[in-house]
Design a protein around this ligand. Sequence first.
Ligand code: PXL
Length: 276
Amino acid sequence: MQKKVAAVHDISGFGRCSLTTAIAVLSACGHQCCPVPSAVLSAHTAYEGITYRDLTEDLPGYVHSFETLGLTFDAIYSGYLSSGRQIEQVIRLAEHCAAPGCITLVDPVMGDNGKPYTVAQDASFISDMRALCRHADVITPNVTEVAMLLGEDPRAFGEGREEIEQAMRRLAGLGPKDIIVTGLRERGRIGAAYYHAQSGQSGFCFSGEVPAYFPGTGDLFASVLLGVLLRDGESLQSSTRRAVDYVHDCAQYTLEQKTPPIDGVQFECLLSRLIK
Ligand code: PXL
């Protein structure tokens, strides 16, 4: 049976992130991606002079409509959200529309490189995101978001293996079964750490670091991770490996194409690698 994913993110007209990425990647992985747009932007927020239309008011109707249609999802996948009210609707979607065995994946998009995004500058948004993580099976924070979820200073949070292992155990205490920390740097390499709370198994996956900063790679990582995880027989370790390698390969390819890093990584030409 084909898997159905309800994906709650914004859609940005330019800049390769959020729903644009999720729909393409999950479709290439063979799943049906059902978009639940939380906002419509002309381009992602790293660009100047963009338009932004908030769709918070539409979200309760989406949940109601999905329920009326009798829809249930094999995964509920959330990414960039702009308010506590949007977070509340993701929780409602997970409570009302999860199929048996549903994977709720929360990418707690709140900041990067030690700096919170504008939406996450008030403490109540961070505590609402923490509450959403309590409903999640899998979370995919970067190191900045790990610190924010744990109530620590994101500018001072260490990336050593022991600190990350300890942080993942603390994050599991919030509720999620699986923790994946993205964007970890180690001796010229970049990758992710994973922790499966039930078994206590953890590990690290790295590939070569590409010398450029591309917005939207967190969305690409989480979408590939979920797309692979939803396939029968794939483990947390094998899904993390696939996501690390795919993001690396897209970043390397984009660097060679010499397009502006702000436009994101050119994942489109490499989508065939995700097709089984
Ligand atoms: O990649 C995360 C993301 C998603 N959506 C929007 C963003 C960002 C990051 O800046 O601006 C609109």
